[in-house]
Ligand binder design. Sequence first.
Ligand code: X8Z
Ligand code: ZN
Length: 619
Amino acid sequence: MKKLLLGASAFALLSACSGEMPSGNSKVAQNQGPAQDANQVSSPATIKDAQAFVEMAEADFKEMGEYASHVFWVQANFITHDTNWLAARVGAETTQMGVEYANGTKRFKDLPLSGDLARKMKMIAQGLTLPAPSKDGAAVELANITTDLESMYSSGTINLDDEKVALDELEVLMGTQRNPQHLKEMWEKWREVSPPMRDKYARMVEIANEGARELGFKDVGELWLSGYDMPAADMAAEVDRLWGQVEPLYDQLHCYTRAKLNAQYGDEVQPDSSGIRADMLGNMWAQTWGNMYEFVKPEGASIDYDLTELLKEAEYTPEKMVKIGEAFYTSLGLAPLPDTFWDRSLISKPRDRTVVCHASAWDIDSADDIRIKMCTKVNAEDFNTVHHELGHNYYQRAYKDLSPIYQSGAHDGFHEAIGDFMALSITPDYLVQIGLLEESQIPDASKDIGLLMERALDKVAFLPFGLLMDKWRWKVFSGEVTPENYNQAWWELRKQYQGVVPPGDRPADAFDPGAKYHIPGNTPYLRYFLSYILQFQFQKAACAQAGWTGPLHRCSVYGNEEIGKRFNAMMEMGQSKPWPEALEAFTGTRQMDGSAIVEYFAPLMEYLREENKDRTCGW
Ligand code: X8Z
Ligand code: ZN
């Protein structure tokens, strides 16, 4: 999700899927505000000063947030030299303002601030995703680099059979083509977009680290890990604990999938003992494997409908997919999207200009101007993504009346989990309710392994990828991995956590992390790992509240206004309270817990263990 204002856990989200923050005509930017004074004034600060400082920050963030949102929106919808110029400029202004405010908080650090004031102060201090140091020119250089990186990614194309092909088309081809040679070619060519990013990325790391150190953090990685209402080191340990809970499930899925690929393609293409070829899993980054269902479907227990086919047969359009997504939310008692959503969103890729196709949800004015931006394709993957993006919009709307400092997810993983939780309700019964499936086509209980397998290919397969993206960045920001080793370290992590390998040797200048949106887009990624844990906790709690007694994967909360009310109450809290309180408000527990996803897939785990019993798993 792109946030407009400050960074990882901070204020008014510009959009859900990247990170910048606003400034411009602020008092601070004009060197009149308390943030500027904060570093210079010698008289001891009072609580009243602290209150005034926070109020000024709130006003500035709100004003700048709206201004910057409009600029970033235009740039993301029309990438040109000029809109990049504008975006870089507003990016620099917002970073500068954020840094001034963050530094300004130092003046109040010894004051006995009340809970709320202290929380806001802390969020101002650590709200930036990529801080610049306050020295002249740093914010401008940083913004120029980050704008360049994102635009290099979003305007990237490859040549395929003498045709220019953009990433959104390539993603479809990676999911549907099966010829290993073709897959390798597309996979390798897409990674030619990123070598020119490497030096810029390295410079960006230097600047942002200097900015983080000025604010009292060891490096940017520590800053990112500080956004979870606990010390950074504890959060890092928490993440490893969660991974430990789900790793056995991933290992079994990996083992089973690799065996199926080996059976289909033979040892030459996919040996049955090493990592899985990263281009053979139906996704450009091997992050979700749902497109491989036909290869791995369990014999005798496979579902016999395909959601992509159903959508196409029913002549869904991208707009219709969004309408049906909205109808899910309104069935929970939430208000329909405003007319402006339909007038201003970008739902299909325009033919005549370059846009950022990576899906995002935007909150332009912290009021009612919410939008999505997607190059939507009519397929199951994007049907899920539509629900995902609308989740961001409904969250943004729920917390819009809070202080701009609290207009964010309880933590960033919550923001990512809302829509995914909703999409877990896309069950066969739900598909009947919306007229996509005939009652007679509802698979009986004997097909549950098929249903679970399909879901696991997306939800379980994703987990190690969700984790390693930031494991890599933490190493980069800490200096443990230097630019010469960027790519090697990337593949070490891909192998270690995911058990995937590149389809061939990588060129010496390769910068493969740069071929994934969130690296050049500077969107922290731990949020998705956390979301994939949390969404199953939401599902478990919601279905229990609904009195559901069947298996969790058959439970749909569609039409349940009581759940909608309770869920919205959690969303309305925004970031105003430490996240365990928000989690407790809906689920009754204060801990993130991988046991919910493990429980959801328990029957599949049993099946996989049985299937794998004579195989040597691991890589
Ligand atoms: O970036 C996204 C969303 C926008 S916040 C489309 N996701 C991650 C990705 O595409 O890599 C959703 C799941 C993971
Ligand atoms: Zn998202």
